[in-house]
Design a protein around this ligand. Sequence first.
Ligand SMILES: Nc1ncnc2c1ncn2[C@@H]1O[C@H](COP(=O)(O)OP(=O)(O)OP(=O)(O)O)[C@@H](O)[C@H]1O
Ligand SMILES: [Mg+2]
Length: 440
Amino acid sequence: MLKRNIAVGLDIGTTKVCVVVAEKDEIGKLNVLGNGRSNSDGLQRATVVNINKTVAAIKAAIADAERESSIRIKGVNVGISGAHVNCIHSNSEISVNQTGIVNESDVRRFLEKAKTNIKYLDIDHEIIHVIPQEFIVDDQDGVLDPIGMAGTTMRGSAYIVVGLRTKIRNIKQCIEKAGLDVSALTFEPVASGIAVMKESEKKSGVVVIDIGGGTTEVAIYIDGAIRYSEVVKVAANDVTHDVAHGVKALHEVAEELKIRHGYAYSKMLDEDETILIPGIEGRPQKSFPKSSLTMIIEARMMEIFELVRDSIKRSGYYEYLNAGAIITGGGALMPGTEELARDVLGLDVRLGYPEGVSGGIKGSVNNPMYATVMGLVAHSLQNSIFEEQRETQVIEGPFKSGDESPGEEVSSPVAAGAPSALNPAGNKIVDRLKKFWEQL
Ligand SMILES: Nc1ncnc2c1ncn2[C@@H]1O[C@H](COP(=O)(O)OP(=O)(O)OP(=O)(O)O)[C@@H](O)[C@H]1O
Ligand SMILES: [Mg+2]
């Protein structure tokens, strides 16, 4: 039996469902074996609202990825997002094992303890995953990887991602109805960050902004660890709605106009021209100035970045973002977005493409739209001892989609991440936790 290090990421987005099958090569980079994509119609703002439509979209994307990779997919690392997801910082302290050298099981105990330290998790919420932030081994602080260090006690903090039970259940139901297993759930901004950040940026301080169709996700990394995340409920589909309303056209027409002629920033528009817009149901076509289209788009994109700026300021980390911002997600592809983001956020900005891909069908995923799914697959393959590991099973082909005959079984470690963070303002859980600590 051949053991290969293969993992599968599944991003159930508001506009598309996509799947990537990849394996780790000898130098630790990703070799993409296959990907699949289908249009998503069962979600609103990254939350499942129609199970059957979502299941159908997952099945279609999985079938594509299976065909391309000749891998039968069983377990998937699934992205989860939406305004119901919150993050909590939790502290933990354990005694190091008898050898006096920190080992993997110490780290696992540390994380378990961080989870149980959340005493006031609402009954309707559950933990999605836990991410260690930093460790203090005896007196040595700022340790990101404590394994092998000598000490007697290990303290530190963890970032715990929690979400509404019902919404998590809906995602799990969709996966199971599509005939798959949930190997792990990962908060989408965490996944996007993993895909697009360079190590130097993560250390210097950076904010990753994923502008999707239904949500804009913010994740802040300082000194190599995640510190804050938030889901903003305004994104690129709102731009399309505004265009449809502004030019009085069908949604599909507005989407095409936006992508073909759109600019996020009027400063970037060289010369004005007239665009012809097809009329609805046989009505005559209309003409519309490109400058007016740009103004509509700019207003909404500016609102998105103002909300992101508020979020960053609320986090308290604005001054620490030495590497600035990375914008990613499909919404970041609009020309002028980098420039607008730079001016509104007051930070250096670059466009984030999935990093660390060495080969395979690399070109097919080389797009900011695939940041989340590439982060999901990379997270699974990180094989981090800091996080819970579960088995993702895939069955190696060749086989045709729909063919039941299994090939060789390949298992791969999948990491269930674990974030925590300052919470978005108004977070009930954090407020309760604060009250609890104040009462002590
Ligand atoms: N070339 C482009 N120019 C401008 N906008 C684009 C371009 N390509 C895609 N988009 C926009 O990106 C959005 C989709 O982005 P993405 O695929 O990241 O979203 P999603 O993951 O499905 O949604 P979410 O993350 O909110 O659940 C759409 O609104 C689409 O119009
Ligand atoms: Mg997305």
